[in-house]
Design a protein around this ligand. Structure first.
Ligand SMILES: N[C@@H](CCC[C@H](N)C(=O)O)C(=O)O
Length: 264
């Protein structure tokens, strides 16, 4: 029997499989079936928790079975799993990802922070096309690719049932996560996101870091800066230090244990 756990961070949700010795193999088709919202468990991503050369490793896949470099909500949910299930003491520890080693601050209970590393802007203008409208955007790298668009009214974006087109296409040969952002009167940010390999999701941790960095540029804010960001699924805090390193803080919850055999 293949055991798993379903959890989420601001309702960006994941199926996690603990496979310390990396014995289990999941094909792209199997991951798609597990993540399918109609016929599977239903989740935005799939995380295999592995230990490689003595270090935890997050083997992350999107709902369509493609692998991604990093997931800011996923890594925090993985840390909640490791600590709650007594595989790792609470405190500060590292998890490796395809984007390198990330340090987390993991209390026994409550919000989890992750140092996401350096966020950067790729120079050059990009254009995002959605529902026949075009917006200028920022090309931001958080280990994975993001296009960030600012708008005065998020409701005017329309539905995000299909992936926005981002031009020039050669900027994003492996696809892109797209964030639509509105500044609120109280200084907070509201956003929506279309995730590469998934579709519109309730939240995206790397996305909020891209948004925080782009917002600092847009508002001519000197670093360090701090942003409270509200994707549809909850609230996340992103702090960017003077060297452009982002720290992402927010809730991470385990919801239930499940078994996966019928989807394999
Ligand atoms: N939800 C994630 C990002 C997951 C990966 C992304 N879809 C990609 O393909 O880059 C997050 O919380 O950062």
């Amino acid at each position: 029997m293949v055991k798993a756990t379903y959890g989420h961070g601001t309702h960006n949700d994941f199926v996690l499989v603990f496979d310390e010795s990396d014995e289990l193999k999941f094909s792209q088709e199997q991951i798609k079936r597990i993540c399918d919202r109609k016929t599977g468990v239903g989740s935005d991503g799939f995380i295999k928790i592995v230990k490689k050369e003595g270090s935890w490793f997050m083997d992350y896949s999107n709902a369509d079975g493609t692998q991604a470099e990093m997931c800011g909500n996923g890594i925090r949910v993985m840390a909640r799993y490791l600590t709650d299930r007594k595989h790792q003491m609470s405190g500060i520890y590292a998890i490796n990802t395809r984007d390198g080693k990330k340090f987390l601050a993991v209390p026994e209970q409550g919000d989890i922070s992750v140092n996401m590393g350096q966020v950067s802007q790729i120079p050059g203008e990009i254009i995002v096309e959605v529902n026949s409208n075009k917006y200028r955007g920022f090309n931001i790298n958080v280990g994975n690719p993001h296009a960030v668009v600012f708008t005065d009214d998020l409701t005017l974006i329309g539905d995000l049932k299909s992936a926005p087109i981002v031009l020039p296409t050669d900027q994003y040969l492996d696809g892109v996560n797209v964030e639509f952002v509105q500044f609120l009167d109280n200084g907070e940010i509201m956003m929506r996101v279309h995730e590469r390999g998934v579709g519109e999701t309730q939240s995206c941790g790397t996305g909020t870091c891209a948004v925080a960095f782009a917002a600092s540029i847009e508002k001519n804010k000197k670093l360090p800066s701090k942003w409270i960001i509200n994707p549809p699924g909850g609230q996340l805090i992103v702090e960017i230090d003077a060297h452009s390193n982002a720290t992402l803080t927010g809730p991470a919850e385990l919801v239930r244990d499940i078994e996966l055999d019928k989807y394999l």
